[in-house]
Design a binder for this molecule. Structure first.
Ligand code: ADP
Length: 206
């Protein structure tokens, strides 16, 4: 997608904090990489941070693993303080893409309070919509390629989708009430979906 120069300038002067939302396997990681390149944002994925800690066998990683292996959420207080520490380490940013966070209303509240303290706020939630059969299919393929344990077992995948429906999906309502929710069809080619996301970002920063 060609983002014309005047729009790019507007975006550059704008603190753009995006919550990229959607069920496991919706394509948040893939789209984040493209959004980071185009809009010069810092990508923060709680899943990636947990996996980094698991790989390095930190205390946080050991704790998170006990939940992740079952397809459950890591407790809010652990996740919130981890995320806040990550944000604080970044000295300069035009904005952030929060990927996999917030995953509960409690986390959304904490993020709002945290940003408010820094005179910032969430600009928008972009929510990728993908049906369950497609999610399971994508995650099983990802599990084969990546070796991620939580992607290799269909019952764990189904549990993650259940947890998403029961605990996470309502976070969308939280942003909807603030007028910040945008639903996007998450089925299509990577570029098609990226163009849908970019169009909303560009439109909202005009
Ligand atoms: P996906 O979106 O594909 O499920 P992620 O990489 O975002 O995967 O997260 C992997 C796992 O890490 C989740 O299933 C969950 O156990 C844990 N996790 C990630 N983010 C959070 C969060 N914000 N709150 C609680 N647990 C989380």
């Amino acid at each position: 997608m060609v983002v014309n120069l005047s729009i790019q300038k507007t975006i550059n002067n704008y603190m753009l904090n995006i919550v990229l939302f959607g069920p496991p396997g919706a394509g948040k990681g893939t789209q984040s990489a493209k959004l980071v390149d185009t809009f010069q944002l810092v990508h923060l994925s709680t899943g990636d941070i947990f996996r980094y800690n698991i790989k390095n066998e930190t205390e946080l990683g050991k704790l998170a693993k006990t939940y992740i292996d079952k397809g459950e959420l890591v407790p809010d207080e652990v996740t919130i303080s981890m995320l806040e520490k990550e944000v604080e380490q970044i000295k300069e940013a035009k904005g952030f893409i929060f990927d996999g966070f917030p995953r509960t209303v409690n986390q959304a509240n904490a993020l709002d309070a945290f940003l408010k303290n820094r005179n910032a706020e969430i600009s928008m939630m972009l929510a990728l919509d993908v049906d369950e059969d497609e999610l399971v299919k994508r995650l099983l393929i990802r599990g084969k390629d990546s070796g991620r344990a939580d992607d290799s077992d269909e019952s764990i995948i189904r549990n993650r989708i259940k947890v998403y429906n029961e605990q996470t999906a309502i976070a969308a309502e939280y942003y909807n009430q603030q007028g910040k929710y945008h639903g996007i069809n998450g089925i299509g080619s990577i570029d098609e979906i990226f163009n849908r996301l970019s169009a909303i970002i560009v439109e909202s920063t005009r």
